[in-house]
Design a protein around this ligand. Structure first.
Ligand code: LMR
Length: 394
């Protein structure tokens, strides 16, 4: 059987995780995979999550199936968190999915069933798993300009010009906030222009919302998604609870469909349920029940929001510290963009050899395209990191 196969390519992010774990050096620094770490370098369980789990454990009476669409309370709470009252709930359907990646997978399959000859447009650059997933779904791929390597900001005129040329046979994958890998994001005014462009051209938005609350706050981070959803008749969103609830290994996300009307929402939902049934049947409940418990309880929700703010503010502080340290050591403002970026990542713009040198000489691990996870920066070693980065540029 397997002699007909050759080895599949490893995912570069997950492969780096393994390499870091195997590195015996004590002073190594992990700026690789997108996992939040606190001051102690630990990915701790949020206290709101622990409290929710205690309640769940005390009250749970059964482990029977919950159904293909998953936890109804979770779905309703996520709809409210992501969309608030942006659109009539009658047009919205949610399918709880195994993580943000699971949500993307079922949505891509739904869109492929609907329009197999559509072209799926990815930002250049994008999360390295987007293209393999879209190809796996069957789509033809193309990319739109996004990042200006010189300014390390969004090349918005180029992006908009590319989007303006699209039409109803195009699907545009947008990062709802906290762009991965660049860290460069659209302003609210630019989101409005993107939304107007999509409404004008009829291109279909697929929004990847994996970092809600990691940028500027829950409401500001939802702005772009809501602007797009409001402007166009149909859209889909892949929501992840991995990062903002710290529930990485629970695999909790949601596929959200906003249809033209209630009847089409039901049709799309039946297809989503069918995709889930023939793939994994039903999603795991634990992560969903945790999020439902937190979002439905006023006190737990406030506690979660405060914990989320602590994580967000720490990432912003680390951004400022690193860009200041580089500036202090080099007398140049070349890395000020780190403080401007938002979310977990920044693309430093270092060449591949520099990334390799940082790893082999300094034990500093980042993704090959020079993406760093700012939450991985040890606060007491910002100076060392700044020197190591500058050292590659000599
Ligand atoms: C990342 O980009 O590092 C995260 O989204 C983790 C992953 O699954 O790649």
């Amino acid at each position: 059987m397997f002699e007909t196969l050759t080895k599949a390519p490893a995912d570069k992010i997950l492969a780096l995780m393994g390499e870091f774990a195997a590195d015996p050096r004590k002073e190594k620094i992990d700026l690789g995979v997108g996992v939040y770490k606190d001051e102690a370098g630990v990915t701790a369980i949020m206290t709101s999550v622990t409290k929710a789990e205690q309640r769940i454990l005390a009250n749970a009476k059964t482990k029977t199936y919950v159904g293909i669409s998953g936890n109804k309370g979770f779905n309703a709470a996520v709809r409210e968190l992501v969309l608030a009252d942006t659109v009539d709930a009658k047009r919205v359907r949610l399918l709880q999915a195994p993580g943000g990646t699971g949500a993307l997978a079922v949505l891509m399959e739904l869109l492929y069933r609907a329009k197999p000859d559509a072209t799926l447009w990815l930002s250049n650059p994008t999360w390295p798993n987007h293209a393999p997933m879209a190809k796996h779904a069957g789509f033809k791929l193309d990319s739109y300009p996004y990042f200006d390597a010189k300014t390390r900001a969004v090349d918005f005129p180029a992006m908009l010009a590319a989007l303006d040329k699209l039409g109803p046979n195009d699907i545009v994958l947008l990062h709802g906030c906290c762009h991965n890998p660049t860290g460069a994001n659209l302003t609210p005014a630019q989101w409005d222009q993107v939304a107007a462009s999509l409404a004008r051209t009829g291109a279909f938005p697929l929004i990847d919302l994996a970092y809600l609350g990691f940028g500027d706050g829950l409401e500001p981070d939802a702005y772009g998604t809501r602007a797009v959803v409001k402007a166009v008749p149909e859209s889909v969103i892949a929501f992840s609870g991995s990062k903002n609830f710290g529930l990485y290994r629970e695999r909790i996300g949601a596929a959200i469909v906003i249809a033209r009307d209630e009847a089409q929402a039901d049709v799309a939902n039946s297809q989503l349920m069918n995709i889930a049934r023939v793939t994994y049947s039903q999603p795991p409940d634990h992560g969903a029940e945790i999020i439902r418990t937190i979002l439905e309880d006023k006190d737990l929700r406030a506690e979660w929001e405060a914990e989320l703010a602590t994580m967000r503010n720490r990432m912003i502080r680390l951004r400022e510290k690193l860009s200041e340290a580089i500036k202090a050591k080099s007398n140049a403002a070349d890395f000020d963009f780190i403080a401007e970026h938002r979310g977990m990542f920044s693309l430093l713009g270092l060449p591949g050899e520099a990334v390799e040198k940082l790893k082999t000489d300094g034990g500093v691990y980042m993704i090959g395209d020079s993406r760093i996870n700012v939450a991985g920066i040890p606060e007491d070693r910002v100076g060392d990191l700044a020197s190591a980065i500058l050292g590659t540029m000599k």
